[in-house]
Design a binder for this molecule. Sequence first.
Ligand code: ADP
Ligand code: ASP
Ligand code: MG
Length: 435
Amino acid sequence: MIVYKFGGTSLANATRMKSVADLVTRDDEQKVVVLSAASGTTDTLIKLSAATAEEGELIIQGMEAQYQQYVSELFDYTDCKQAAERFLEYTFSSLREALGKSLPRDEKWFVAYGEIMSTSLFSLLLVERGISSAYLAALDFMRIQEGEPDMESIKKLLPEIMTAAGDVKIYITQGYICRNEHGQIDNLRRGGSDYSATIIGAALLADEIQIWTDIDGVHNNDPRIVKKTSRIDELSYAEAAELAYFGAKILHPLCVRPARETGVPIKLLNTLNPEAEGTIIHRENLAEKGGVKAVAAKDGIIAINIRSSHMLMAHGFLRKIFEVFEHHKTSVDMITTAEVAVSLTIDDATNLDNIVAELQDYGTITVEKGQTIICVVGAFRKEDAGIAVQVLNPLRNIPIRMISSGGSESNISVLIDSQYKQQALEALNKDLFGH
Ligand code: ADP
Ligand code: ASP
Ligand code: MG
């Protein structure tokens, strides 16, 4: 069993969706195909959910025209085309009806239609091609509990639903969307289809999870920011997890975890160039391959400094501080300590004011927004000398706010003001990778 995931750009128009169909039907292996929404659709649906009735009607008209065009190019035969048109009519009338409700509306209900549309159209395309496939509704098996995948339920529900759907070669399902513990429609956060694919791969103990996107694998720097980057052949789970968590957009921040826990390899492949080798993420023998592999950047970071002249080294002090973050369900990314102060970072400002108010009990608090974590990933063995110098030297002209190293053997991170991000990524690109 192989899990294939195709992202929004791979489904951006009818021609791309046809290429995806070619790709998944070129062999006879059994597979689960996980699809994102066509690119732009999730953003549009988010806007729609918050729009006034008049604005919303214009947004729906724009989407309707775009999807009608999509359908007119996707199908060759009238019966499938008509079925697709009826499906669109039904979808847009549901969205119109929901637009009649007063604000605030349930954004998660709206965005779910993005993935439902792409998978429904894709299923019809396979019907047109005479390929036996089954449509699995992610809302029937993808469960989360307190925002985390509920693996026990998924492992039970998914095989049951697959068995009920019959023994077909291709199962098609939605990425990103799920239900929470209250049965409400929810999602795995932006870019979450990668996470759906690895959760499914882990639940089924698949042979491989293939994430197909618009680039030939994981690159050693962010191609959106620096001019020249190169593809990485292989990464360990630990390295890939750090890169994803610290900003490499090609992977959802948490999607490596299920694969890592079950040992299912992940391949990153390019829909626009299917024969290219890509990147494999698997258990790797770190002892054999030392050194820096890649750099990523995560924006929107908030640094919080807690300064206390007498309490810091008292036992229990750090516990009390972390309890404040735990209480507000806010995770801490980076932490550094000194005798008189602790600095830490968060990326979720939802409860910032309450967190700061509670922290006042423990010292003087300063908050700096607009920070970026630059994360350098590789196999950094404890016994190797010179790695920190190699990472920090290229950054010698940039003010560094925090440094974190030694937490794992795969990551050295620094915190800088976001205005220096481009300069930092370019300097690291030049010195570490010779670009
Ligand atoms: P999809 O819609 O297929 O999920 P994404 O846009 O989420 O695709 O992810 C692919 C994009 O991630 C690439 O087009 C690239 O611009 C960006 N990206 C950022 N960092 C990296 C990196 N280190 N390696 C490869 N791509 C990256
Ligand atoms: N469609 C969702 C998004 O745009 C999920 C995904 O693309 O993975 O975030
Ligand atoms: Mg993505």
